[in-house]
Design a protein. Sequence first.
Length: 188
Amino acid sequence: MTDPRKLWRTYFGAAPSPSIAEVSRHLWNADADEPARDPAAILEQYAVLEQYMVYVEMADRISARRGLTNTFFLTVNTAVFTVAATVWQDAPNGPRWLLVFPLLIMIVQCLAWFWLVRSYRQLNTAKYAVIGALEERLPASPYWRAEWRALGSGEDPARYWPLTHLEQWVPLLFAATYVSGFIAIMAG
């Protein structure tokens, strides 16, 4: 059995930040002290740096689109709750079973939201793996080795809990709320 205090610290506490020495140990690549002297090597390193910058920008845009997607679905679900609360103030007359149709629509949109979040996570996972591979060809590896290791590689929630692991639960919570509300209305 897991110690409840450890469980509490893991999910609600915060781990200490890594020291500069710890980060520095993983930041620089092995050949960072050896500047390229051959013109072809200099051009190759410049090309890798340009590709790296473009790729990091693309990964950032994917994250921004994921944020916009979440905002859209949160807005839709908030509007649904507002409309439902307004309409249900005076308990409408009519067959309750007809509520199965809006329930199905909302469940499907929650599933679409869940799958989009999962897809964005998978896409960014691949993009950051490519960024890590590109960083191996650069003098420093700020994301792949330094930052990611400083964050415990996403394995310790007290140090860092990847956002996509949290945001994938939001559509499921909305879907569970819709189902629970439907059951409560049908039972009442």
